[in-house]
Design a protein around this ligand. Structure first.
Ligand code: APR
Length: 241
């Protein structure tokens, strides 16, 4: 049985809840240029465009609901963890709140969160659900220096020290719905594997780092993840095929 499990999720887990992925024919990065809305340089050039982009996304996730894959991970964190005295950590690259809506606890949002805001003056971060602009005052220090609390390209993801510790320590690493092209998350499997963890990838198709995994399970996450979690909760392990 597995005692220390780390799960990494990406945009694919939220796709069936109606939140678009980044890289596909209809993905977000086909509609917007990464340089414009996901870099600090883009923000410095046109703060209004960037605020508006994330304001729109923040609004759009309000009505989105978790799907069976998010709910299964919550059962892993509660039922499995209790039954087998295990530690189950969810790390997500997603900036939506569907893990929280599903009831998961202590989710590590390594790329930030739409429902949070960051002040460039006092460096405070706090829960935030409204629209933001260059004129919005920070409710901590009063300065008009807010930016979306999103980790942009070229910036350091949140909580890397804790994530690395969990990865080195885990015996099962599960990756769900991520294309495996954005580092450091794309390298998590290699870190977990280096200390002997069993590594499973869930995706519609092989990701860019599929060959690093012990096993790949391909199909819709809303189907494959609950089936896998059911077996884990029942038996403490899973069959090889
Ligand atoms: N079930 C399982 N996997 C799916 C599903 C589904 N229903 N739908 C899509 N996928 C898979 C796709 O095959 C793809 O490999 O999800 C992956 C989504 O990939 P990306 O759009 O690249 O998203 P992600 O890997 O999370 O992106 C990483 O890139 O732009 C940045 O910061 C952004 O956090 C994001 C990071």
């Amino acid at each position: 049985m597995f005692k220390k499990i780390v799960i990494l999720t990406g945009a694919g887990i939220s796709a069936e809840s109606g939140i678009p992925v980044f890289r596909s024919e209809t993905g977000l990065w086909e509609q917007e240029r990464v340089e414009d809305v996901a870099t600090y340089e883009g923000f410095a050039r046109n703060a209004r465009k960037v605020h508006d982009f994330y304001n729109k996304m923040r609004k759009s996730i309000r009505t989105k609901e978790p799907n069976p894959a998010h709910l299964a991970l919550t059962r892993l964190q509660s039922e499995y963890a209790q039954k087998f005295a295990a530690d189950v950590t969810i790390v997500t690259q997603n900036i939506d709140d569907l893990h929280e809506k599903a009831g998961s606890k202590d989710v590590i949002h390594m790329h930030g969160e739409l429902n949070s805001i960051l002040c460039e003056h006092c460096l405070g971060r706090y829960e935030y659900h409204d629209d933001s602009s260059s004129d919005t005052e920070c409710s901590l220090c009063g300065h008009k220096a807010l930016r979306p609390d999103i980790v942009w390209f070229g910036e350091m993801p949140y909580q890397m020290e804790l994530i690395e510790k969990k990865l080195f320590d885990c015996d099962l690493f599960i990756s769900i719905g991520t294309s495996g092209v954005v580092y450091p998350a794309a390298g998590f499997c290699s870190v977990a594997k280096s200390t002997g963890a069993y590594c499973v990838e869930f995706n519609l198709e092989k990701s860019a780092v599929a060959s690093n995994f012990t096993r790949g399970i391909y199909g819709k996450a809303s189907v494959t993840v609950p089936a896998f979690v059911d077996e884990l909760i029942k038996t403490g392990t899973f069959s090889e095929e």
